[in-house]
Design a protein around this ligand. Structure first.
Ligand SMILES: *[C@@H]1O[C@H](CO)[C@@H](O)[C@H](O)[C@H]1NC(C)=O
Ligand SMILES: *[C@@H]1O[C@H](CO)[C@@H](O)[C@H](O)[C@H]1NC(C)=O
Ligand SMILES: *[C@@H]1O[C@H](CO)[C@@H](O)[C@H](O)[C@H]1NC(C)=O
Ligand SMILES: *[C@@H]1O[C@H](CO)[C@@H](O)[C@H](O)[C@H]1NC(C)=O
Ligand SMILES: *[C@@H]1O[C@H](CO)[C@@H](O)[C@H](O)[C@H]1NC(C)=O
Length: 352
């Protein structure tokens, strides 16, 4: 009787206790780290005495319920539905995969199996850390030429991180900022580039570059016509002061200031406006000059040709108009009167 009770007790202890003697569960990496949004593969193997046959397996998550740590079957947690896959079997493999990892997937995971003799749960757990990448740029605003350092931080050690600027790979995480380096930067783990950090903005400031002048009119200008010269530049912050210079005569040694503002407006061009123009663009970081542009006023002969052509057209119209009127009048008469009479009229008119 006493022996029977002890045997029962033993059975109960084994049924509910940790993996019993002769059985074991081994996790290849008990502290895996995985990126939020990625998938994790937990490698696991288990052993039990020969002669037993595994009937059921399950994975559990440690959950704090009313102040007590409790193991809850993944299949009973709605948030894991369609996200976990048992990759093991009913022999010795108990691998588990979890997809599309969420922050609250962080925690302890336990394996459980049941043979026809005993159910065993793993004493040890796998502690999964779901991490996020955090991108930082130091400093986030820098003058061209200054050193910039990109840092990709995570709460646990990750092998290699890579950087992207506006979708393109960045060669080095430490560099001397150039005008074109302004943009959005983010980091990712090498080999898992689809899981990315949020992006950070780098603002590289520089004095005006590529200062250029555009003329509203190309080619020689006729006197009296209007032309606008507009100045543009690449600058950060944008250029806020513009000064226009004109080379007086042929020498560049004497530049005359002829205006300010982004557009130099010449509403009525004169011969004296002919010359080389330069625009100076300025922002708080410095100033730079455009290459010179040549403004030429057209040859007056061209005007004369245009006037002569105009006169010619007027004369032609003056001569042709009466003939056209007479021809139209003749047509009208022809439709109502005698053909021979009209023919005579025509001849008379022709002679006249
Ligand atoms: C994890 O968070 C999601 C929403 O953020 C929630 O629906 C889910 O129940 C949580 N899962 C667990 C196991 O707490
Ligand atoms: C200036 O012009 C060059 C040549 O066209 C170009 O490569 C460069 O990106 C420009 N710089 C800026 C800041 O736009
Ligand atoms: C002026 O601009 C040119 C390119 O447009 C650049 O190479 C040069 O360094 C600039 N000069 C200054 C003083 O910023
Ligand atoms: C020049 O600019 C002024 C205003 O800035 C505009 O009224 C005028 O039409 C422009 N002229 C030409 C030729 O583009
Ligand atoms: C631009 O031209 C002005 C006027 O000649 C000059 O004072 C200035 O030094 C020039 N700037 C540069 C960057 O060459």
């Amino acid at each position: 009787m006493m022996e029977k009770m002890i045997a029962m007790l033993m059975l109960l202890i084994f049924k509910s206790g940790s993996v019993s003697a002769g059985s074991s569960v081994t996790f290849e990496n008990p502290n895996p780290c995985a990126l939020k949004g990625s998938s994790v593969h937990l490698s696991c193997s288990y052993n039990y005495p020969d002669g037993e046959t595994v009937k059921k397996t399950a994975w559990y998550k440690g959950k704090l319920i009313n102040g007590t740590w409790t193991r809850v079957k993944l299949s009973d947690l709605p948030s894991y539905q369609d996200r976990y896959r048992y990759l093991g079997d009913q022999q010795h493999d108990c691998d588990l995969a979890i997809d599309d990892l969420q922050d609250n997937d962080t925690g302890h995971y336990y394996f459980w199996f049941d043979t026809q003799m005993y159910a065993r749960r793993s004493k040890e757990s796998v502690y999964l850390s779901v991490i996020e990448l955090s991108a930082r740029v130091y400093p986030d605003r820098v003058r061209a030429g200054g050193t910039v350092t990109l840092k990709c931080r995570t709460s646990c050690q990750l092998p290699n991180t890579v950087w992207f600027k506006d979708g393109r790979p960045v060669a080095k995480p430490v560099f001397q900022a150039q005008a074109g380096d302004s943009g959005n930067y983010l980091c990712a783990v090498k080999g898992q580039e689809s899981v990315q950090s949020d992006s950070v903005v780098l603002d590289v400031q520089y004095p005006p570059l590529n200062v250029s002048v555009e003329m509203s009119y190309s080619g020689p200008l006729t006197e009296g016509s209007s032309v606008n010269l507009s100045c543009s530049s690449a600058a950060n912050p944008a250029a806020d002061h513009y000064t226009w210079y004109k080379a007086s005569g042929s020498s560049f040694s004497s530049l005359l200031q002829v205006g300010s503002g982004q557009v130099l407006s010449l509403p009525s061009v004169e011969a004296s406006h002919t010359g080389l123009y330069v625009c100076q663009a300025r922002n708080p970081l410095g100033q730079n000059n455009s290459t010179e542009v040549l403004l030429t006023t057209g040859d007056k002969d061209i005007n004369r040709v245009i006037i002569f052509v105009g006169i010619g057209v007027k004369v032609c119209i003056g001569l042709l108009l009466p003939l056209v009127i007479i021809w139209a009048w003749r047509l009208r008469r022809r439709s109502t009167g005698n053909k021979e009479e009209n023919s005579r009229d025509y001849e008379n008119i022709g002679i006249a």
